[in-house]
Ligand binder design. Structure first.
Ligand code: SF4
Length: 682
């Protein structure tokens, strides 16, 4: 019975291939099928609209966390290009557009097929909204999976697994004796598999981390409910067992003590101090530092302050075709509508971080000139590298690391410890404690969320210097909703109480320049400009003729030698600075440091975890392909380099520095491996 059905089906297919009329029928069938699908989708959207919701509102919002759509559509297309099965997610507003996209994709499949050496065809094509992946069976049936262009979390291995599953379900359908080969497929199992693919899942939060943190597996985020090796304190002291007490009891006994039981909680800071996690989870991260939390915090606080990094602003402006000045004004408008009163440019405080770091460098040069050992200064402004250094090579790298805080760290001190004083000192300014201020930082990577949780980044009253860090892409998503008026809640006007209205007046213009679109451009790239500043300071200190030799030692590894000669004197040992970006280069550097190789005669090393530095940070707005990503990164750097360069000395920041203890400018880096080994009982 099955055999004869198969022969009939094969015969029918052959007849259809050879008969133009049958082929036309199949195309017509295909179009009717597409039209029916679109109609069904339209009805669903209409129903949602009648309930006062758009499909996106109903399904795409999940507590404000970032959610990615797994897949947009799945299509199975027969050897003769007749549609066997198509399913498009209900979230897609324009079903017809997706159907057309699938149709256009077919040409690429044909092209790829001629070169394919496996069933999985990889990325087929993309347009401004979608991208498609392909798979072809041995019998020529094509599988197309359409994803949103913004979805960069799925890798080829994931795609292969999804196609494998779809293929298995397809072969199950073929085994159905009632199925007529070449006819549209109806399968509940296939529908369910597609629904699973369409279902939103939380964005792969690890995607926002730098490669160093992901690859070296030091992102120890752990949900408190999961197994954790941190010794839980306080432990209740058990009273000594009396002789007549049973040694083994099958019933739990309440400890005989009057001491109250204190609820144990494990914070991110605990996780950071420990390298012993057995699992990684992003729950805490999503809950503690999301757009929704940021908005809630800004609205609830007496004073909301936001610090925006130049990398984030440049990434948003590149994606949206804005100038940096326009971007600054729009971002300010967004945050002010969310309750923030002050928006700061992180570059303003970066100028101070550069000077602090150079101070450390100068001390090392002086030590060396007095006959001390040569110790390169590794810039620790990148939290991805700092985290890796602490947890993986603490003993080797800690003595070399700079202790200067990053721009985010310095901004935290400025906002939580200096602004309250400045505001109080101004005539009739309100008296604010650090906890009264909610501080949000917009940064190019999630590693900065780790940094914000470090214990030293805490004010005297226990509040964090930076309460919430948002990745660039997170802000961009919220900005889209704001600009398109898709938000659920009404924007809020900033509290115009006369006391708070004076807050802005109390702040120097340089600090509030961002809100007017007046941005500070520093020498160097978006990763901070430590190398440029070092070269500038060293040349100024040496005087005489300066010769700079820059070598590209490898991709993302630049070595700059600066020679200085004074008249009548011999050329001195050059000042050697290097930009070491990306995990591979960092590993090579560590290897050389271990073996004491000559090449590491660097004085100052700007170490950044991301290849191409912060412009290409894990939290930036990502392009789909490596080629596009490189182009975007170049565009982001170009936009920043177009800003007028300004002197790194900002008078109001000097005043801030003069009023803050040295300790507040330092990070408390330590060899975490050693600390954990010493602390853990085993
Ligand atoms: S290089 Fe920049 S973006 Fe990348 S982890 Fe370091 S600080 Fe973040």
């Amino acid at each position: 019975m099955l055999g004869s059905a198969t022969i009939d089906q094969a015969g029918e297919r052959e007849a259809r291939e050879n008969d133009p009329a049958a082929l036309n029928d199949s195309r017509l069938e295909n179009q009717i099928y597409t039209f029916a699908n679109t109609l069904e989708k339209f009805e669903k959207q209409l129903k949602q609209a009648q309930n006062g919701q758009t499909v996106e509102e109903a399904e795409n919002m999940h507590g404000g966390a970032v959610w990615w759509m797994m897949a947009v559509a799945v299509a199975l297309i027969g050897r003769d290009n007749a549609r066997l099965y198509t399913r498009v997610t209900d979230r897609e507003r324009d079903d017809y557009e997706v159907q057309m996209f699938i149709h256009c994709t077919l040409d690429i499949v044909e092209d790829k097929l001629s070169k394919a050496n496996e069933l999985y065809l990889g990325l087929l094509t993309s347009n401004h909204k979608h991208k498609s992946y392909g798979f072809v069976t041995n019998t020529g049936v094509k599988f197309i999976l359409v994803l949103s262009l913004a979805n960069t979390t799925l890798k080829d291995t994931d795609m292969r697994a999804h196609f494998k599953r779809l293929h298995l379900l397809y072969t199950n359908c073929l085994s159905n004796p009632f199925y007529e080969l070449g006819k549209p497929l109806k399968s509940r199992a296939l529908d369910e598999a597609c629904n699973e693919l369409f279902r939103s899942t939380p964005a792969d939060m690890s995607g926002g981390f730098s490669g160093v943190v992901r690859l070296s597996n030091v992102n120890d985020y752990i949900a408190p409910s999961q197994a954790c090796v941190i010794p839980l304190k306080p432990t209740l002291e058990q009273p000594a067992a009396t002789e007549d007490e049973q040694l083994v009891s099958t019933h739990s006994k309440k400890p005989k003590t009057d001491k109250p039981v204190v609820k144990v909680s494990i914070s991110l800071a605990d996780c950071l101090a420990c390298a012993g996690c057995v699992t990684s989870a992003e729950t805490v991260l999503i809950e503690e530092q999301s757009v929704q939390r940021a908005i809630e915090g800004l609205r609830a606080a007496k004073l909301g302050v936001v610090t925006v990094s130049a990398s984030s602003l440049a990434s948003i402006c590149t994606a949206r075709g804005w100038t940096m000045e326009e971007g600054a004004r729009r971002v300010t408008e967004f945050f002010r509508a969310k309750g923030a009163r002050v928006v700061l440019d992180a570059s303003v405080v970066q100028s101070l971080a550069l000077r602090e770091c150079w101070q450390e460098m100068r001390e090392r040069i002086e030590q060396r000139e007095k006959g001390g050992a040569h110790r390169p200064l590794l810039v620790s402004a990148c939290p991805g590298f700092a985290c890796y250094a602490e947890k993986s090579h603490g003993a080797l790298l800690m003595p070399l690391m700079s202790r200067t805080r990053s721009s985010q760290g310095v901004a935290g001190v400025l906002v939580k410890e200096y602004l309250p004083r400045l505001i109080a000192a101004s005539s009739n300014g309100p008296s604010l404690s650090p906890a009264d201020i909610y501080h949000v930082a917009v940064m190019p990577c999630f590693d900065r969320k780790l940094e914000a949780s470090r214990p030293e980044n805490t004010a005297a009253d226990g509040s964090r210097h930076v309460d919430c860090v948002l990745g660039t892409a997170e802000l961009n998503g919220a900005l889209s909703a704001f600009l398109e008026g898709r938000e659920e809640e009404e924007s809020m006007e900033v509290d115009e109480s006369p006391e708070l209205a004076r807050v802005e007046e109390a702040l120097p213009e340089e600090i509030t320049g961002f809100m007017r679109g007046a941005l500070l451009g520093l020498d160097g790239n978006l990763s901070g400009g430590y190398v440029e500043y070092g070269i500038d300071r060293w040349s100024a200190a040496k005087g005489g003729a300066v010769r700079v030799e820059e070598t590209k030692a490898a991709s993302n590894l630049d070595v700059i030698r600066v020679f200085s000669t004074r008249p009548g004197e011999e050329e001195e040992r050059p000042f050697v600075a290097a930009r070491v970006y990306g995990f591979r280069n960092i590993q090579n550097m560590v290897r050389k440091l271990k073996t004491g190789k000559k090449e590491l005669e660097y004085d100052l090393v700007e170490v950044m975890a991301c290849p191409s530095g912060c412009a290409n940070g894990g939290g930036q707005i990502r392009a789909a392909t490596t080629q596009e990503r490189n182009r975007v990164t170049e565009g982001v750097e170009r936009l920043y380099s177009n800003l007028p360069r300004q002197p790194t000395t900002v008078p109001s920041i000097d005043e801030f520095r003069a009023s803050i203890e040295d300790e507040k400018m330092r990070m408390d880096l330590k060899d975490v491996g050693a600390t954990v080994n010493a602390n853990l009982a085993w």
